[in-house]
Structure formats: C-alpha cells, structure tokens
Design a protein around this ligand. Structure first.
Ligand SMILES: CCC(=O)SCCNC(=O)CCNC(=O)[C@H](O)C(C)(C)COP(=O)(O)OP(=O)(O)OC[C@H]1O[C@@H](n2cnc3c(N)ncnc32)[C@H](O)[C@@H]1OP(=O)(O)O
Ligand SMILES: O=C([O-])CC(=O)C(=O)O
Length: 381
C-alpha cells in the first residue's frame, strides 16, 4: 500500500488547506480511496459512470440509478452549433488542452450556470452532467475536423463515455478490451484530493464564481507537464527508446544531467502510486494484444532504473502513456482524456467548497524592500 511521504517546505506541502469527504491520498494502509472505497476495488468492479455517480451524487448507484444516469448522459452529448463553429476555427496545431479549455469556456457562455441568487447554484448538477457528457464530443469534434476534415457525429449510441470517445475518434465502435481499459483509466484519474488543478477549482469556487470558470481554470492547471501533462511528456520520451537497453543508457544520462523524468515521483506518495500497478497491468495486456515487443519492455526498464538509481517510482501517468498508445490514441489527446475523468473530482470539490464556503485567501511572507518614498521622476535612474 502506498504511504505518505514526510511533507514540508515550499509549495504549501503538508499544510491542510481545507476539508474534504471525497478522497484520501497516501494515508498509510489505504493508498487512494474515493468516499471510502479503495480505488483498486472500484477499478476492478465498476464502470466509470458508477464512480462519477459516487463522486458527484455521494453514493454508488443501484442498477436502476446507473441505467438512468447513463441514459441521461447519453442524451447530453451533442454540441450547440455556435460551439462547433468555434471549434472549427481552432487550428490543427493548437494544443488540445487549449481546445478543451476554450470549449469549456464557450459552453459557459452558451449555457450559463444560474448564479442569480448569490451562493445558491440551483443548476450546478445539470451543468456538471452536461460537461461530463459533452467534453469527449468537444475533443473529438475539433480533432476530427481539424485533422481529417470530418464533422463527427456526437450522438453515438455507446453505453459508456470511454466507448463514446473512442468511437468518435476512430469512426468505429471500440472492442471490449479497449472499452474496459477506458473505464479503468477514467476511474483511476477521477479524483485526487487537493492536487494543483483541484485546488485551482476550489479557489475559484470560493469566490462564488460559476462552475465553467472553476473547470476552465482547473483545465489550465492540469495542462502543465508537472501535473497532467506528464502522460504526454512520458510518451514523448519512451517512444525515442529503441530497446530496454537503449532506454537504460539514455535514462542514466538524463539522471547524470539531473533532468526531470516525466511520469515519476509524486508530491504525496512516498514509495508508490497505487494507480500505477493497475494501469501497468492493463498496459501489459494491451502490449500482448498488439504484439508489442519494444514499448512495454522499455517502460518496465525505465521503472526499474528509476527505482534502482533514485528510489523514484512511476506515478499514474507513466504506464498510461504506453496503454493509450497501444489503443492507437494520439499522444496529444492523452491529457484531454485526463480532463474527461478529473472533471468529476473537480466538480465534486466545487460543490463541496460551495456547501461550506469561506473565500480562500492565504497570506504571503514578504521578501521585498522596506517602506520607501516615491522619488520625483526626474530624479530617478
Ligand atoms: C497523475 C497526475 C499527476 O499530476 S502525478 C505527477 C506528474 N508529474 C510528473 O510526472 C513530473 C515529474 N515529477 C516531478 O516533477 C515531481 O516528482 C513532482 C510530481 C512534481 C513532485 O514534486 P516534489 O514533491 O517537489 O518532489 P520531491 O520533493 O519528491 O523531489 C525530491 C527530489 O527528487 C527529484 N525528483 C522528483 N521527481 C523527479 C523526477 N521525476 N525526475 C528526476 N528527479 C526527480 C527532485 O528534483 C528532488 O531533488 P532535489 O532534492 O531537489 O535534488
Ligand atoms: O495529487 C497530485 O499532486 C497529483 C496527482 O497525482 C493527481 O492529481 O492525480
């Protein structure tokens, strides 16, 4: 089981910045839990929509509740025409995280959350379900239009969000293995306490701003390579290695040059990220499925070298890189998939913050000049 590390120093490390009932991260003996359920248990036994229901509505659904929730989400997949027009104007070389950030923001203009009574938010759950249902459509609509000149059909009949995404991306329904891996992946990425992007969402929520602003800010924060962007950065690295031995040689050089190696280390976990073993197992299955003899052994060797040399372990992002690659997903869409999932955690935290709010406003230790007088401009320089 993953344990917490000794926390202190810069980056607000180790400081309790608020309360949550949504998840525990790195608590000794239980690596990661969502509302009291072990993430491993959830990944083995649930579909992503069940976990979304758990996070957003407070409990795992009954079969009837799950069926109704999936039917509701299926009915919310289509995009408003003005949003499609905006997506069609974004160039193919745009960063897909910027596309989903713009898409979320534009949706907030077209389908505004009701914030008329200060602090009431009567339509927040509707707005969240809508984003959950249509974020995959935003990503795929832009990707297929800008790369293939195709206006993708957003109203597929796929039962799950993961299958819906792959269907729009490829123009055909995914097989069972790929649908299952998408479910597992979306579950693993769904929630992680006060990580940087979630904290961004909570800070925004604490000003009583609207839900689309909270989520837009969180997307921008997840984009960075030290956070969600690490899955793409890890892929960019491992695809350059031609064999496990080559990977080891290059990694040793990077460590000697004190370069950061993406997909390794964690702000809270000390010896392992509990999500890694789960996605690694699925990556291995996918490698066997596609007959890979390079990328998976390369990834395993990277893991061995980092542990042997630095006692650094793979975080959730590292084996997601090879897993997504084996499913034929373009690297630049890896972090937007993270958004499709983490939206549930962000939104859960926004609702939790709103339910017991005080504006988040920490203090700073001043390191600047002592009090001084403004010189007349002619005397400066
Ligand atoms: C799944 C979603 C996520 O957001 S998981 C994080 C994804 N990010 C990455 O994979 C980026 C690479 N990793 C990192 O930059 C850090 O490990 C992150 C995750 C930011 C945590 O930072 P922080 O808590 O400050 O690290 P730390 O105090 O444990 O660092 C201790 C010393 O080890 C080093 N270190 C850490 N990670 C790496 C790495 N990936 N490659 C090489 N070195 C690493 C640190 O630089 C630090 O070294 P030193 O003590 O300053 O000499
Ligand atoms: O908790 C963190 O700092 C980063 C992380 O793993 C996540 O957001 O999933």
């Amino acid at each position: 089981m993953a344990e917490g590390k000794k926390l202190g120093g810069a980056g607000l490390r180790g400081q309790v910045a608020g309360k949550t009932a949504l998840s525990t991260v790195g608590v000794s003996g239980s690596g990661l839990t969502y509302r009291g359920y072990d993430v491993k248990d959830l990944a083995e036994n649930c579909e992503f929509e069940e976990v979304a229901h758990l996070i957003l509505k407070g409990a795992l659904p009954t079969q009837a509740e799950l069926d109704a929730y999936k039917t509701k989400l299926k009915g919310l997949r289509s995009l408003p025409q003005p949003l499609k027009e905006v997506l069609e104007r974004i160039p193919a070389d745009a960063h897909p995280m910027d596309v989903i950030r713009t898409g979320c923001s534009m949706l907030g203009n077209l389908e505004q959350e009701d914030t008329t009574v200060m602090g009431a938010f009567p339509t927040q759950e509707e707005a969240i379900d809508r984003m959950l249902a249509c974020f995959p459509s935003i990503i795929c609509y832009w990707y297929r239009f800008s790369h293939d000149g195709v206006r993708v059909e957003e109203n597929t009949d796929d039962e799950s969000i993961g299958a819906h995404f792959l269907h729009m991306l490829r123009g055909e329904k995914p097989n069972e293995l790929h649908e299952r891996v998408m479910n597992v992946s979306l579950i693993l990425y769904a929630e992680h306490e006060f990580n940087a992007s979630t904290f961004t969402a909570r800070v925004c929520a604490s000003t009583l701003s609207d839900i689309h602003s909270c989520i837009t800010g969180a997307i921008g924060t997840l984009r960075g390579p030290l956070h969600g962007g690490a899955n793409e950065a890890a892929m960019d690295m491992i695809e350059k290695f031609t064999s496990a031995d080559h990977a080891e040689q290059e990694m040793m050089g990077m460590l000697e040059r004190k370069e950061k190696i993406m997909g390794f280390g964690h702000a809270i976990y000390s010896t392992s990220d509990p999500r890694n073993a789960i996605i690694k197992e699925w990556s291995e299955k996918l490698a066997a499925d596609v007959g890979d003899t390079v990328l998976y052994p390369v990834s395993v060797r990277c893991e061995e070298v980092m542990w042997r040399e630095k006692k650094l372990f793979c975080n959730a992002d590292f084996f997601h890189a090879s897993a997504y690659h084996f499913m034929g997903i373009p690297t630049k869409l890896f972090t937007p998939i993270f958004v499709m999932s983490r939206l549930t955690g962000w939104a859960g935290h926004v609702m939790e913050q709103r339910a017991d709010n005080r504006i988040i406003r920490p203090s700073a230790e001043y390191t600047g000049e002592d009090l001084r007088k403004v010189n007349p401009i002619a005397e400066r320089g």
